[in-house]
Design a protein around this ligand. Structure first.
Ligand SMILES: C[S@@+](CC[C@H](N)C(=O)[O-])C[C@H]1O[C@@H](n2cnc3c(N)ncnc32)[C@H](O)[C@@H]1O
Length: 467
């Protein structure tokens, strides 16, 4: 039976029209991932009412119903009529009470009656919209959170939901309302983050970092089970996992959700913004300012810094590059110029294969300058006013941000290769007095390898190797 269902899915995957696939994000779940998703539900000897949202070929609902008690029923919602027919075919294999609704989930109303909800929704960004729920309005900025809100609204109290979604909701500004709402409505039971992008949806060309989320409707009960490096190739239960209190995984006001408890050595530190450091994003968007960029310096031009100007822990300017190194004085009127002084530049984009996610460099400019929008810069001001850092604080901070413990911290809160300013503001930081102490090592470590940087930090912060 299950092989028939997998066969229907595999045939559907081969038949998808590429326009329709892109339009409705028809990335069908492979058998092994579907099996893992279903394995997260609590088994029930009672009949269940199940719901599969955006059911595709019906593989998720069908795998779920295969072990459901006699008398259970399943509803599938699928917008594509061909796939809705396949959903029916798959579900009929395992259940005698099947309803397939061929419609968009946004055009129908589902009662809050389901015991089990399963979904692998489309992920696309959408214009921000607020969905009204019994727990208040929740702002969503992409389809997968909109689907999840619908899933939670269709669950009865105590009902369970398993979703195959990207990991991006766990951090970042965009998702803070959604997180707040979800933590208020549901218990977070399982987080299983796949350790490789390629492994799980092999025939679907998915590049996102994907995870399984299991929640149940009602207050948080028990600990969260976390598989931080799940593999689709073995049953989850056989794979390494941790259990943690939800509170120990949450970071800061925005309630970023980590996949590991914080390293205890960082527990006593405040966040960057709490120690008086602010992260902003470079103000020059190059394609809107092409007309004022210069390859060669003209009189009164401002230096322009890109990530190309980062050179290890420091910066070089000008450099030989295909990007212009100077900006005309008009930059001042366009409000993209930053005051002279000391800063830390952090590249907003890292490559998956790069050894460090956070690339920080110390910049000391004795003239006003411009930073490209693909750089974050750290200063002592606020979101409205840029104030340069004390030079020693900037040097110490550059070393701190270049440490393995900080890189690890960042990887644990973000699965993305982008390094955004909101997440950086939550980084744990020693007080400025300690950063100043650290700065005494800056010149000797400028070209040092990672181990030397880490050793210097351990010494200055009096961490023993074993701690
Ligand atoms: C990522 S695919 C997953 C399909 C299936 N659940 C699976 O796991 O193989 C998302 C599915 O949602 C469907 N879909 C997209 N937008 C929808 C909407 N607004 N309402 C219902 N279904 C939708 C697509 O046609 C597609 O089949």
């Amino acid at each position: 039976m299950l092989s028939t269902i997998a066969q229907i899915r595999n045939n559907a995957a081969k038949m998808l029209s590429s326009t329709r696939q892109q339009e409705l994000e028809q990335f069908l779940t492979p058998e092994n991932v579907a099996r893992q998703a279903v394995s997260l539900f609590t088994s029930s000897s009672q009949p269940i009412r199940a719901l599969d949202l955006g059911s595709g070929s019906g593989i998720l609902g069908a795998f779920l119903m295969q072990s459901a008690a006699l008398g259970s029923s399943v509803t599938a919602v699928e917008q594509d009529s061909d796939l809705a027919t396949l959903s029916e075919e798959s579900l009929d294999e395992v259940c005698s009470n099947v309803t397939v609704i061929n419609a968009s989930i946004f055009d129908i109303f589902l009662d809050a009656e389901y015991d089990r909800v399963i979904l692998n929704p489309p992920y696309r960004k959408i214009s921000p919209m607020t969905i009204s729920t019994s727990g208040g309005g929740v702002k969503v900025t992409n389809l997968y959170t909109a689907f999840l809100v619908t899933a939670v609204q269709s669950m009865r109290e105590g009902g369970e939901c398993v979703a195959i979604i990207p990991r991006s909701w766990m951090n970042g500004e965009y998702f803070k309302d959604f997180r707040q709402w979800l933590f208020g409505e549901c218990s977070i039971d399982v987080l299983a983050v796949y350790d490789s992008r390629q492994d799980h949806f092999r025939d679907m060309n998915i590049l996102q970092e994907i995870m399984l989320l299991k929640i149940s409707k009602g207050p948080q009960h028990g600990k969260v089970t976390v598989y931080s490096e799940a593999s689709p190739n073995a049953p989850l239960i056989e794979q390494p996992h941790d259990s943690a209190d939800l509170s120990s995984l949450l970071v800061g006001r925005n309630r970023i959700l980590r996949i590991h408890q914080e390293d205890h050595r960082l527990a006593r530190f405040s966040t960057l913004d709490e120690v008086g450091l602010w992260v902003s994003t470079g103000k020059l968007v190059w394609f809107r300012n092409r007309d004022i960029l210069h390859e060669d310096r003209a009189e009164h031009d401002f230096p322009l810094y890109w990530s190309d100007n980062q050179h290890g822990l420091s910066v070089d300017h000008p450099v030989v590059s295909d990007r212009e190194q100077w900006v005309a004085p008009e930059a001042e009127r366009r409000k993209v110029v930053l005051p002279p002084g000391s800063y830390v530049l952090v590249n907003r984009f890292s490559a998956k294969e790069q050894s460090r996610r956070i690339q920080a460099s110390y910049l000391c400019s004795d003239v006003a300058f411009v930073a490209d929008n693909k750089l974050n810069y750290i200063h002592a001001g606020t979101s409205r006013k840029t104030v340069p850092l004390d030079t020693k604080v900037a040097q110490g901070l550059t070393l701190w941000l270049s440490s393995t413990i900080i890189d690890q911290w960042y990887r644990e809160i973000s699965g993305s290769t982008q390094v955004n300013a909101t997440d950086l503001r939550h980084l744990p930081s020693p007080p400025q007095s300690r950063l100043i102490q650290l700065s005494n090592r800056f010149s000797q470590l400028c070209n040092a390898d990672q181990a030397n940087i880490d050793t210097a930090i351990e010494e200055v912060l009096s961490w023993s190797r074993a701690s």
